[in-house]
Design a protein around this ligand. Sequence first.
Ligand code: ADE
Length: 338
Amino acid sequence: MVTGSQVTPEEDKIQFSLRPKRLDEYIGQRDLKGKLKVTLEAAQARKEPVEHMLFYGPPGLGKTTLAHIISNEMGSKIYATAGPALQRSGDLMGILTNLNEGDILFIDEIHRLSPTIEEFLYPALEDYKVDFVVDKGAFAKVINVPLKRFTLVGATTRAGSLSAPLRDRFGLYYHIDFYPPDDLAEIIIRTASLLNSYIDSESAQMVAMRSRGTPRIANRLFRRVRDYAEVKGDGRVTLELAERALDAEGIDSLGLDNLDRKLLKIVLDYYKGGPVGIEALAATLNEEADTLVDMVEPYLLKIGFVQRTRRGRMVSAEAAKHLGVALSGGSQQGLFDK
Ligand code: ADE
């Protein structure tokens, strides 16, 4: 299986073993789960493949997990790949012709498909056929290859970057939003039990509060807390040990890490609160602009610490307060009030 680029292979292996396999095991996103359940049951009753569907939302919220759940629920196979991994139409041709009726083709980061691959995909999605060109120049021939009726499950952090023709070929769209702390605490308790470990509900709630609404982060922080409890205590996670472990990891009371704080501080100190363009900010931080947009900003936007304006990013007065940055009378031009 080819996986997305946002997680390391090691991280992916651990997350994979913790992933819920069925919809009933999946915690949170109740609306989405309800709608998905109806869709799957209707398709099963009609003995038809599910319509092509798109999951969009920030990374780490369960888009890949849901694609695997759909394949388990439908009793079909899944082939998982990612937009940037599909370079030549020949690669995609091989994948498509090997799919059976009802199989799932999962494409993560689907907004990063090349235009050529996208065009190659259109007839596959609409009419279950591909036009494959063999030979070159005067000998070029188009072979029309029929495909089995499969389901494309696309995932993206940026629905707005999807081309209109591709977007229009999905029958179902599901937005995945950040999880509330109660759901994350439940996920952490489930993970602890799968890892033959234990965490009390108060500590789980505290870790959840620092997980930025994201199950992937909650599970990662839980593993750090568990390590700490095993080394510094008797292995049982207590509130005090959990707090010390997260402090040692540089995760603050709102779940912000070093990069979040560095970003906010640079906007505050260097750009007087903003506005600052994302490219300038990325260069100052020595990070890719895409990393900031996809991985760092969404939660800062969600909690109102950052605002995107036409002139660039601005940081809120509340963020300055959280960081203990003194506001020097009127000089911080960009600060906005939530
Ligand atoms: N692990 C990661 N996300 C999860 C979820 N939504 N439900 C249960 N376990 C999870």
